[in-house]
Write a protein that binds this ligand. Structure first.
Ligand SMILES: NC(=O)c1ccc[n+]([C@@H]2O[C@H](COP(=O)([O-])OP(=O)(O)OC[C@H]3O[C@@H](n4cnc5c(N)ncnc54)[C@H](OP(=O)(O)O)[C@@H]3O)[C@@H](O)[C@H]2O)c1
Length: 340
């Protein structure tokens, strides 16, 4: 089995290697073995390799396989598994170790892929749409019945575009922040009804204040963090909520530098890892939403490029490239020769 591994945390371009080993894992009771065809390179996968987020466990010298999501075909099932069946196409999440040719997951984490959903779309079907739902719930709580305004950072990201598309559909007043003029143009083309502002403009803070009607944002959805956090807190109305869900930026802001006491601000984090805390019924509803999004709006699950698993370093370089649009995929050939 081919897999991408790292034995220490660090720059993915340096610490990731491709390994070939004899044999493949076996599914235990209640598990399925999936032969993976496509998996995404998410920013969170790279952060996990780098070890750049507080709260990650130390890596011992044991090799780790990155990746948490992917799609493939069920190869075999363990005792007691009635569905999915061998030969069925499935998307998997949470499935630690998807940057390999095979992964074993509990059967309930293997979601059947409808015939009309292509392999690449299926590989992107779970993490970002489920993140969208978690962000949506956090925003609803923060808005407490109001329709905005909400500011989001890195609005041209794959998740940011899902947020913008939902805002259009639901009449949410959303102000989008990007970091370049090119990013502004690209997003305005996709969402002409929404304000898009670049933090590369000297007066971007003033532009946001105008776009939020002078009242300030009731919520900020932020995946940049770092030194931008202080500016974002200043854009909130009193009583507003800063919702952090990523850390693309550099630098830092000390908690003590934020006026959260005097201005009654709330700071909260959202992570897909807490999605598994939802009840079985809630998770089933969320997955049905994600599958429906993949069926009806595959353009919202855009692919930036495809690389063979062996070219993981080139894939990582592409995934980090400024101005990239969509998500980079890692592929392995199907027996039939190529993916759908
Ligand atoms: N909390 C969770 O559970 C969860 C789940 C999914 C995703 N996320 C987070 O959501 C974020 C977006 O993920 P994605 O997959 O949608 O990303 P993506 O498609 O790879 O897009 C990355 C975007 O971030 C922008 N960006 C990169 N570095 C930046 C910086 N220093 N300052 C401002 N913008 C920057 C890029 O802008 P340019 O176009 O200008 O290059 C690009 O638009 C990531 O932080 C990811 O970790 C979190």
């Amino acid at each position: 089995m081919r897999s991408v591994v790292h034995t220490r945390r660090g720059d993915p371009a340096e610490v990731l290697d491709v390994r070939e080993e004899a044999g493949r894992p076996h599914p235990g009771a209640g598990e399925v073995l999936v032969r993976l065809l496509v998996r995404p390179v998410h920013p969170g996968d790279l952060v996990a390799v780098e070890g750049g987020l507080p709260g990650l466990p130390d890596q011992e010298s044991k090799p780790l396989i990155p990746g948490v999501e992917g799609m493939g075909v069920v190869e075999s099932t363990g005792a007691g598994v009635r569905a999915p069946r061998p030969g069925e196409r499935v998307a998997v999440f949470p499935a630690p170790g998807t940057w390999a040719e095979y992964v074993v997951v509990p059967a309930e984490r293997a979601v059947p892929v409808p015939d009309e959903v292509g392999d690449d779309t299926a590989a992107l079907m779970l993490v970002n749409p489920l993140t969208l739902l978690m962000l949506h719930r956090a925003v609803e709580q923060a808005l407490d019945g109001h329709d905005g305004p909400v500011v989001q950072t890195a609005a041209g990201s794959s998740v940011g575009r899902l947020v913008a598309a939902r805002a259009d559909r639901q009449g949410l007043r959303l102000v989008n922040l990007v970091r370049s003029a090119a990013g502004t143009r690209a997003l305005r083309e996709l969402f002409p009804a929404q304000p898009v502002i670049s933090t590369s403009d000297a007066d971007w803070r003033e532009q946001v204040r105008r776009a939020t009607g002078g009242e300030g944002a009731r919520a900020v959805l932020d995946c940049v963090g770092g030194s931008l956090t202080r500016d974002l807190a200043a854009l909130l109305a009193d009583g507003g909520t800063l919702i952090g869900y990523g850390r693309l930026g550099s630098g830092g802001t000390a908690l003590d530098d934020l006026p959260f006491v005097n201005r009654g601000l709330t700071i909260r984090g959202v992570t897909i890892w807490h999605w598994t805390d939802r009840t079985t019924g809630q998770r089933a509803e969320d997955v049905a939403f994600a599958v429906d999004l993949a069926r009806t709006s595959p353009e919202l699950l855009e692919v930036a490029a495809r690389y063979d698993l062996a070219d993981v370093r080139a894939a990582v370089e592409h995934a980090r490239r400024p101005g990239k649009s969509g998500t980079v995929l890692l592929t392995s050939p199907s027996e039939a020769g190529g993916t759908r």
